[in-house]
Design a protein around this ligand. Structure first.
Ligand code: NAP
Length: 525
């Protein structure tokens, strides 16, 4: 990691902050890197004033300019080469194959938002022309479109250092909507964050984009994040991380003199419902698939299936144990995740009526946890709310219910989730009832599959009712992620010369717009 300076990037200037020193840790070797220092309020002030200035330039930009800039950002990420993959792996233990795939997803997302910005239809331009002789009152000319909201603060998660990191989906979608972004770098992978900042810095220089459009404030102090969210220039927050962190920032944002939205994507236990007849006939394959999903990425996915809701089935139980024991142990991301997983194991084990079926060694401080399956009853689950908390790691809790009615009761007891899965081809009545519950509880419903693996496309919904997300309609993945960082403005009786391009009579952007209720690309008048 010879190219890493430990600096932060503020509006085109690389600086060494004076704050607390901190380290990132190689999960494979526990080797530490001491080169990082935390930013504080002084750096926040510089970044937000540059962002406020940049916003005045960005809000007047056309989508072509923003799209070209985002394409340059994706190119510069690729130009970093293997050092990015190696650094990401060294700071997370996720492996080079995963890092390679995640880089592709990250540049793919950025290019998708570049295309969205260039196409221009995301602004949802709508024009209702005047009816001067309408009785009893004339109708005015009204035109509405979406526009950026101003500087956005972004917090990424430790388990997706690229795709939900410095230049992940939140940053890409906020920039695409014409907003400057200030990223609070994750303290667990600062070297990776620095490389991404180098890529966007190079893209800014090459395209002449406003320097204040991006800043990376590195730091390992909670004050940095809280002061950033409190700053009056910040107009929205994109957060991916724990429920505790997301909730803390939501409360801070709500308590500001001007409350602002926090789009927080948080943890989830992603229930999987297993119909009794279905697992009798196809349970072996389902157990193999479920165990694979539980172990993927050492269980460190927000979509990891933490809960299997079923009736007693000794064969399925044995197959799950077999598959989880056969899977190799993976690495945990960092000591904090390690500590909280160890706490989760202790929590499960301390609850009477909750049994660790394949109990194995998990020594204090060990970065390679066992792939674990716990078992409890529906009765115990319903009276022990701690069993419904996320255990971030390769862990599944089987909730064995006394009947199908109790399976539904367990489903109804759950808080909001990112996903819910149903394996019940041979239990159609149960499937129907579970579906009705999941439609009210989750963002994505999966039939005969597993929740890990989030397709990036317009019909994806990655976000669900609280606490899986802070805003249940919002998605942090897919084209609609841009809507989180935009708002509508209506122009009434506004002279054509003053209107933004998307709303002008001659349709200079040649985009589809809703004109008097019909989609149209035509010139008006
Ligand atoms: P985290 O500990 O919440 O950290 C995320 C970021 O928020 C970090 O920059 C952290 O700062 C900051 N932060 C956390 N608490 C804060 C507070 N009270 N005040 C100010 N800043 C705060 O999350 P993580 O451990 O990195 O990520 C794992 C979690 O993310 C899991 O729960 C997982 O399910 C969830 N996740 C969700 C999604 C999704 O799309 N829903 C995707 C990936 C991960 P520091 O760096 O200083 O700690």
């Amino acid at each position: 990691m010879t190219d890493i300076t430990g600096q932060s990037l503020i509006a085109g200037e690389w600086i060494t902050p004076a704050g607390k020193e901190y380290t990132s840790i190689n999960p494979y070797t526990k080797e530490v890197f001491n080169a990082f220092k935390s930013c504080g309020v002084e750096e926040i002030e510089k970044a937000v004033s540059a962002a406020a200035y940049a916003y005045q330039q960005m809000r007047k930009m056309d989508g072509e300019t923003i799209g070209t800039f985002l394409e340059a950002v994706a190119d510069e990420i690729e130009a970093l080469g293997d050092i990015l993959l190696e650094t990401g792996d060294t700071e997370t233990g996720l492996g080079l194959a995963r890092m390679t795939g995640e880089r592709g997803r990250t540049t793919g997302q950025i290019r998708a938002f570049a295309a969205i910005a260039k196409k221009g239809e995301w602004v949802e331009a709508a024009i209702d022309t005047a009816i001067p002789d309408r009785a009893p009152l004339p109708k005015p000319d009204l035109r509405r479109m979406m526009t950026g909201i101003g500087p956005v603060a972004v917090f990424g998660a430790s388990n997706f250092p690229f795709a939900f990191g410095v230049l992940g989906g939140d940053t890409a979608s906020a920039l695409a909507a014409g907003n400057p972004v200030i990223v609070k770098g994750h303290s667990a992978h600062p070297a990776t964050s620095e490389l991404f900042a180098k890529a966007i810095d190079a893209a800014i220089q090459k395209t002449g984009f406003p320097k204040g459009a991006f800043s990376l404030l590195q730091g390992a102090n909670r004050e940095l994040g809280t002061e950033l969210v409190k700053h009056p220039v910040i107009q929205a927050v994109g957060f991916t991380g724990s429920e505790g962190g997301g909730r803390a920032l939501m409360d801070i944002a709500a308590a500001r003199p001007q409350p602002i939205p926090v789009y927080a994507e948080m943890g989830s236990i992603n229930p999987v419902f297993l119909g009794p007849n279905t697992i009798k006939s196809t349970g072996d394959g389902i157990a193999a698939g479920l165990a694979g999903s539980v172990c993927m990425g050492t269980g460190q996915f927000c979509t990891s299936p933490g809960l299997a809701i079923m009736l007693e089935d000794a064969n399925f139980e044995a197959k799950m144990v077999e598959a989880l024991d056969a899977a190799p142990r993976g690495y945990l991301l960092n000591p904090r995740i390690q500590g909280s997983l160890q706490d989760a194991f202790k929590r499960f084990e301390s609850i009477e009526g909750c049994e660790w079926l394949n109990k194995a060694d998990f020594e204090e401080g060990s970065m390679t946890p066992p792939n674990a399956v716990f078992k409890t009853t529906g009765d115990v689950f319903l009276k022990e709310p701690e069993l419904a908390e996320e255990a971030f790691g390769p862990v599944n809790l089987m909730v064995v219910c006394k009947d199908e009615v109790q399976m539904l009761e367990v489903g109804n007891s759950l808080k909001g989730q990112l996903t819910g899965s149903i394996h019940a081809d041979e239990d159609p009545e149960l499937a129907k009832a579970v579906l009705a519950i999941l439609e009210q509880k989750v963002g994505r419903i999966i039939f005969n599959g597993y929740p890990t693996g989030v397709e990036v496309c317009p019909s994806q919904q990655h976000g669900g009712p609280y606490p899986s997300s802070s805003v249940s309609w919002a998605t942090s993945v897919g084209a609609d992620a841009i809507r989180r960082f935009a708002r509508f403005v209506s122009y009434q009786a506004t002279p054509d010369a003053f209107l933004p391009s998307a709303l002008k009579n001659d349709n200079p952007l040649n985009i589809f717009r809703k004109v008097n209720g019909e989609m149209s690309q035509a010139k008006i008048g």
